[in-house]
Design a protein around this ligand. Structure first.
Ligand code: ACO
Length: 330
């Protein structure tokens, strides 16, 4: 008989110091601050320095999350890293971070569900804790998307930034923690957003400029339509599963790909703006790091109160989507 809940014990984030503003982008491609703000809501993004490995962001976010949880690296049993831009195909980002933070007792592996990866990883972590197999699981979302952006393509380069967010999950009192989760994958739609790696098809080659074969390409309007639908359905499904209504939800922390996507999904469900956590004007699209970075900001700014009902929701490449509903508190 399980007499505990599974909840978030601590949060952390890392955003690189280097900032790229919309006016910087105006000097790089044929775009304008006005277009970017009107079509996306974004104003700036943080970028990794060329000589910094991406996993260093995740390691720093992880250290802060472990400290916030009141734990030491040696207390971590499992590290799951969500990433769609690993530094190496092997070793995994999770093993690189394990080594960097001296979490010598942890098992470590990566998951890739693109921007939905944090929600997927939290769902996996919950199972391990709920069964009693592990006690403390560190989930890190580590995304260095600037490394796969074509910086000469205005269609994509204005959208993305780099960041990492982390949480430590563990046992909490039964009334707190994760109440329900929902995951879905649509491999039949995967061609709408691709980042080739070890194999380049002729189709992938034709979508990109010569020499840019390993950059991110997306059909923006197809992904947009999917995103609004997927985000609304993911929120609705998870709150239905939890037996609550949208009025019961205090805060929604969505993936931050475009303000119009967030507002479109919110409008479908009749969600008030003040219930939405929005950070994309500061970060751009930071893939699966969006949700944990926003969560850390809400946690550290004390907007989250004990007993608040919080929904985490994301969509992304794959295509994938997912959501988590939890009661904040330990
Ligand atoms: N600056 C100025 N003009 C631009 C820019 C730019 N940066 N980018 C495109 N345009 C132009 C286009 O060329 C087009 O011009 P045309 O009408 O002369 O052809 C016009 O603006 C409109 O282009 P659209 O693509 O229709 O613009 P839209 O309003 O759809 O916005 C965007 C494009 C922002 C990409 C939007 O479609 C979107 O947000 N899509 C979803 C993206 C997303 O969520 N991706 C998930 C990524 S998650 C992951 O896994 C990484």
């Amino acid at each position: 008989m399980i007499d505990f809940g599974v909840g978030i014990l601590g949060t952390g984030k890392y955003l690189p110091d280097r900032i790229l503003t919309n006016s910087d982008l105006e000097k790089m491609v044929d775009t304008s601050d006005e277009w970017i703000v009107r079509r996306t809501g974004m104003k700036k993004r943080h970028l990794l320095d060329d000589n910094m490995p991406s996993y260093m962001m995740g390691a720093e976010a992880a250290r802060l999350a472990i400290e916030d949880a009141g734990l030491a690296p040696g207390d971590i049993d499992l590290i799951i890293v969500s990433t769609e831009v690993p530094d190496y195909l092997s070793p995994s980002m999770a093993c690189l971070i394990q080594n960097s933070i001296n979490a010598e007792n942890a098992v470590a592996f990566d998951v890739n569900a693109a921007c939905s990866g944090f929600v997927y990883a939290v769902t996996i972590a919950r199972q391990f804790i709920q069964t009693g197999y592990y006690r403390h699981v560190l989930v890190v979302a580590n995304e260095g998307l600037s490394r796969v952006v074509d910086w000469e393509s205005r269609n994509t380069c204005v959208l993305f930034g780099d960041a990492a967010g982390a949480v430590v999950l563990g046992r909490v009192s039964r009334e707190y923690g994760i109440k329900e989760t929902y995951l879905a994958s649509f491999g039949n739609l995967g061609h709408n957003l691709t980042i080739p790696c070890c194999y380049i098809s002729e189709e992938d080659r034709q979508k990109r400029s010569p020499g840019k074969e390993r950059t991110l390409w997306q059909d923006g309007s197809e992904v947009f339509a999917f995103a609004v639908r997927a985000m609304a359905e993911s929120i609705k499904t998870v709150i239905d599963k939890a037996g609550i209504t949208i009025e019961d939800v205090d805060l929604i922390i969505p993936h931050q790909a475009n303000l119009r996507i967030i507002n479109g999904a919110a409008k479908r469900l009749g969600i008030d703006d003040e219930k939405l956590s929005v950070i994309l004007h500061e970060t751009g699209n930071i893939s699966s790091a969006s949700v944990p970075v926003a969560l850390d900001i809400e946690n550290k700014n004390r907007r989250l109160k004990n007993g608040d009902t919080v929904v985490l929701v994301a969509f992304g490449g794959g295509l994938t989507c997912g959501s988590v509903v939890l009661t904040w508190g330990k």
